[in-house]
Write a protein that binds this ligand. Sequence first.
Ligand code: FNR
Length: 367
Amino acid sequence: MSTTESLFKPFKSGPLELKNRIVMAPMTRTYSPGNIPNDLVVDYYRRRAEGGVGLIITEGTCVGHKAATGYPNVPFMSGEKALEGWKKVVDAVHAGGGKIAPQLWHVGGVRKPGVEGDTPGFSPSGMAKPGKVTGHEMTKADIQDVIEAFAQAARDAKEVGFDAVEIHGAHGYLIDQFFWSGTNERSDEYGGDLAARSRFAIELIQSVRAAVGPEFPIILRWSQWKQQDYSARLVETPEALSDFIQPLSDAGVDIFHCSTRRFWEPEFEGSDLNLAGWVRKITGKPAITVGSVGLNSDFLPEPGTQNFKNAEPASLDNLVYRMDNGEFDLVAVGRALIANPDWVNKIKADQSQDLIAYESDMLKQLI
Ligand code: FNR
């Protein structure tokens, strides 16, 4: 039996049925002029679907709020033309045998004035990073506008034919700016302890749930790290994680996408479980792991990192061993899929010797 066989077991969560356990991680590509995904974008995702990916999560796509975007040429999930573009993407992915969810995004304070229009950015306390003022503090009306923009984007995504939606609550963008004490100093009900700082996300998830109905799958991506600060932590213990994650789960999340840089790293002392493993154990909901899958040679583990079955910690053997042990249900792959649109089919056919190593130069075009 090939060690990777379990990656090719089907997965089901409500109406979402996947042919395998491999997910394309969301990756911003800035190739949508006018914020409209064009035919090059259609072909880019088509290649990954034909290459065997079970579930594609698109690059971050901005909800229809005037301050949602922070970078030129990122696609929108609003407006007739952008939605038409996305419909072509969805149809191509379905024709290629895959499923697809958009990642719904609002950058909050990361927005730079002058980029993609003059609307100033805003965030919970006017900051993108602790102490770095980049816009104004959101009013209650701003909060309601953004929540409605996420709900509308999810409604539109469902209408266009997407199979699920992913809410981007990770990496120091708007939702995460509420979560984190470093960027949320509000004194109203949206600030305070972590439970209060989660209120915005909870209301947003509830609103998306109401917009898409009880069955349509909602994925939440979240992370401990923020805006390239890899030491930032929201929760330091399993108990704190439980207090944080359970209300989000109850608000209507079906699948948690736990963003880490190395899937093999234990999240808390005293256990081998990674972040996805803890979230799955606490909530009982399916979890996606991510971080350096297929990038073995570039990322050497820290000394003392757990080493299952004498496999290299970063190896697919270790990944599969962990999945078989119920640590997570799905595996997201980022950079290895930029380098190899057919990464999944090559792994399935045991042709990993033909895989190309990722290089950042590959981002200079849509391959
Ligand atoms: C990313 N990542 C990312 N994450 C996210 O939630 N939304 C996004 O739009 C992006 N954009 C993005 C662009 C590029 C070029 C890269 C390389 C990464 C993070 C990505 O989803 C993933 O978590 C990391 O790349 C780690 O996975 P790999 O690459 O180690 O498999």
